[in-house]
Design a protein around this ligand. Structure first.
Ligand SMILES: [Zn+2]
Length: 718
């Protein structure tokens, strides 16, 4: 075994030496240098020492939602989502996630049950709990986390390896994964998701440490990170082959930012390099089916040569987010070039109107290759350009979360509003749609149209479920909802960046240590008027950067009632640079910025190459994507019967009784009978006059909360 490992290392060393462009260090980017003082910071993502990040995030407890949309969701996250999910995770009759830790720790007898990535699901829930504790100081949560972390610690092997399926089989001496010699072994099966689980442990541990100041979980994560570093040194290909859903790229970088351990940065850089198929003795020619490098896992060609989003969408988005993290530390331009090209491919060709990604349940890649032998199977995957079906859209909730995390990192790197625009789009219309309004039911996939009469079964339920056998999405969604406040702002030497709107208080520090406190008051996302009051600010010139979303035409901004700009450029940050005297000059006690983002109802059409929505419109108002649900239609009218005139007038109206309080859109649509097609595939168009029908559109995120129902985002124009 040792001999084999040595040969592997030798092969890698030779390959690296012979292939000058394998490593992005060719552009002589300086190494990341961590300032000591940044280590103790409680940022959600600590880019405060990242030389190639333009923006820094704020501390975990720096943003508090005060009322309205996100305050309600954070409160539900604290009081319902987290306790409800704990009950699911600790009940062995339902999920077995916590029982796996108890058994691996030797505290209970039994075998591993549930998916191999269940540890990762559990860490995501723990991350949500830690983040919520950081803001609420809920002592019950604190004690609960202590008890759980104690158990997690007992599962870990002395060498740092931690992954309950393998540890349980080793402990019980009933090996389920064997080496050729018959031993139970780590990394014996790439679909064991070991690095995925350890990656989520690392991210969770950084948040727990920053929220509580305790190093209990961080020490466990350090040992796990050291273990991965050891594997990298001994057998890098083991690590490359096991990079499935690589959450450990983000995890190991955050560990570096938390501990300052330079080996973690070395490992993070290497994790990208070792994906190169040439290091496995492969060629850049397309791999044949069954070979290690696949488009499905985004490792058929070296990452730096990739220009398109391919394969499993969660794996892809996690990889892209991790690569963005490595860029933030290293400034490796070849990484950024690949990320920009892939982002362009997604944002302009492969993203749904609601920010969801990963169109295909199943497919082939490279689809349409001239070399049919190069075609490989993919699932839960990005499709071809403009291939965006609605009824069969896969759109895994985790892919949306991964896409949000990637865009958040691109925003930190570039300070460009286009990334914040998509971050917002995904949060309102992709992340929230995956959880029910009561916080207790979940979607794994997120179609944009649901019809009753589908002559085939889809693999995943089209109604919200209290538990999903593949439980990766629900805790991913819950931790994201807990952390939305930290996406709302960034700081930099130039000033404060307002990324998201919602009623909250920001109380944070600029990089020079000076305090900035502001209050945001708004009815967003239902109302586009935002008031920002600067309560405390340094006595020097600095900028407030306001994101003007791509949809917000004709926006105006005033400072202390004086116009500061109108018809503001969209998809940009509007900069207000001045001295901000915070003495009590206004009735509010500080300078007041008033931003008005007009929110007319907008009918959206897609590029004509999106065949699935030709001559159809999606409806948006502000950041919210709307849908039509059959429970809002007269009896007997099917979703597929309804069309709307292109000049439809849709009135917006806030209905506080409906769906927890939503702005609905109401107007007159057309209904054409004859939806009973029977066995007919094609027929002559009827010239029957359509009937007018009143329709009510609701936000897409709120669909599926009123029992069984048909639903569509795209509606035919007629
Ligand atoms: Zn998932």
């Amino acid at each position: 075994m040792v001999k084999v490992l040595s040969i592997c290392v030798l092969v890698v060393t030779i390959c690296l030496a012979a292939s000058p462009d394998l490593s992005g260090s060719a552009d002589k980017a300086p190494q990341g240098v961590l300032r000591k003082e940044s280590l103790g910071l409680r940022k959600t993502m600590n880019t405060s020492s990242s030389l190639y990040a333009k923006l820094q995030s704020v501390d975990i407890d720096d943003v508090r939602w005060t009322k309205g949309f996100w305050a309600e969701r954070f409160d539900l996250c604290h009081k319902v989502m987290i306790p409800n999910m704990w009950q699911l995770l600790e009940d062995p009759q339902i999920s077995h996630a916590y029982d796996n830790f108890l058994i691996a720790a030797g505290l209970k007898k039994g075998r591993h049950r549930g998916p191999k990535w269940h540890d990762g699901d559990f860490y995501k829930w723990l991350e949500a709990a830690a983040f919520v504790y950081g803001l609420t100081k809920d002592e019950k949560l604190n004690q609960q986390m202590d008890r759980i972390i104690d158990v997690i610690g007992k599962t870990q092997r002395k060498d740092g390896y931690i992954h309950t399926p393998v540890i349980i089989s080793q402990r019980s001496q009933t090996p389920v994964r064997r080496t050729p010699k018959g031993e139970t072994a780590e990394f014996a099966n790439r679909l064991d998701f070991e690095t995925y689980n350890m990656g989520h442990l690392m991210t969770c541990a950084c948040i727990h440490y920053r929220a509580t100041g305790k190093t209990t979980l961080l020490n466990i994560a350090k040992k796990a990170a050291d273990f991965l570093y050891m594997v990298y040194k001994k057998s890098p290909q083991d690590l490359a082959n096991n990079a499935i859903c690589p959450s450990h790229y983000m995890g190991i970088i955050e560990m570096y930012r938390t501990t300052g351990e330079p080996r973690y940065l070395e490992l993070a850089k290497a994790l990208i390099d070792i994906r190169d198929p040439r290091l496995r003795g492969g060629k850049l020619a397309p791999a044949k089916a069954g070979e290690t490098g696949t488009d499905h896992n985004q490792d058929r060609i070296p990452f730096r040569k990739q220009t398109k989003a391919v394969g499993h969408a969660v794996r892809a988005n996690y990889l892209y987010a991790g690569a963005a993290d490595v860029y933030a530390e290293t400034g490796d331009k070849s990484l950024l070039a690949a990320l920009e090209a892939i982002w362009h491919d997604v944002a302009y060709r492969k993203m749904y109107v609601n920010g969801a990604t990963g169109a295909l349940y199943d497919g082939a890649s490279p689809d349409g290759s001239k070399d049919h032998e190069a075609i490989q199977l993919v699932h839960q995957a990005y499709g071809r350009e403009y291939q965006l079906p609605n009824i069969t859209a896969h759109n895994e909730s985790c892919a949306t979360v991964g896409f949000a995390l990637w865009n958040w990192r691109m925003l930190a790197i570039t300070a460009q509003a286009r990334f914040a625009d998509i971050l917002e789009l995904t949060l309102y219309n992709g992340v929230l749609s995956a959880i029910s309004l009561d916080g207790k039911k979940f979607f794994y996939t997120n179609p944009l149209r649901v019809v009753e009469d589908l002559p085939f079964e889809l693999r995943w339920s089209r109604k919200r479920e209290p538990y999903i056998s593949c439980f990766c999405c629900p805790p991913n969604v819950v931790r994201t909802i807990a952390e939305v406040g930290s996406f709302a702002y960034n700081v930099s030497d130039e000033g404060v960046w307002v990324n998201l709107y919602g009623s909250n208080v920001l109380d944070t520090k600029f990089p020079d240590g000076s305090r900035i406190k502001l209050i945001q008051e708004t009815g967003y996302p239902w109302d586009g008027t935002i008031r920002i009051i600067l309560e405390d600010a340094p006595a020097r010139e600095f900028s407030v950067f306001l994101r003007i979303p791509g949809w917000a035409n004709g926006s105006i901004v005033k400072v202390n009632d004086k116009l500061a700009g109108d018809n503001l450029k969209t998809e940009q940050y509007f900069e207000i640079k001045r001295k901000w005297p915070t003495v009590h000059r206004t009735p509010y006690g500080g300078d007041v910025i008033k931003l008005v983002l007009p929110m007319p109802v907008q009918l959206i059409e897609a590029n004509p190459l999106v065949e699935e929505v030709r001559n159809q419109a999606a409806i948006k108002r502000g950041p919210i994507v709307y849908c039509l649900e059959s429970v809002d239609l007269p009896d007997g009218v099917k979703i597929t019967d309804v069309s709307i005139p292109p000049a439809i007038k849709l009135r917006n109206h806030f209905d506080e009784e409906l769906l927890g309080g939503v702005t609905v859109l109401q107007g007159k649509a057309h209904v054409l009978g004859g939806s009973d097609w029977g066995e007919v595939l094609y027929r002559q168009i009827s010239h029957q006059k359509p009937k007018a029908v009143d329709i009510r559109l609701i936000p897409y995120y709120a669909w599926g909360n009123r029992g069984k129902s048909e639903m569509t985002v795209w509606i035919p124009l007629r």
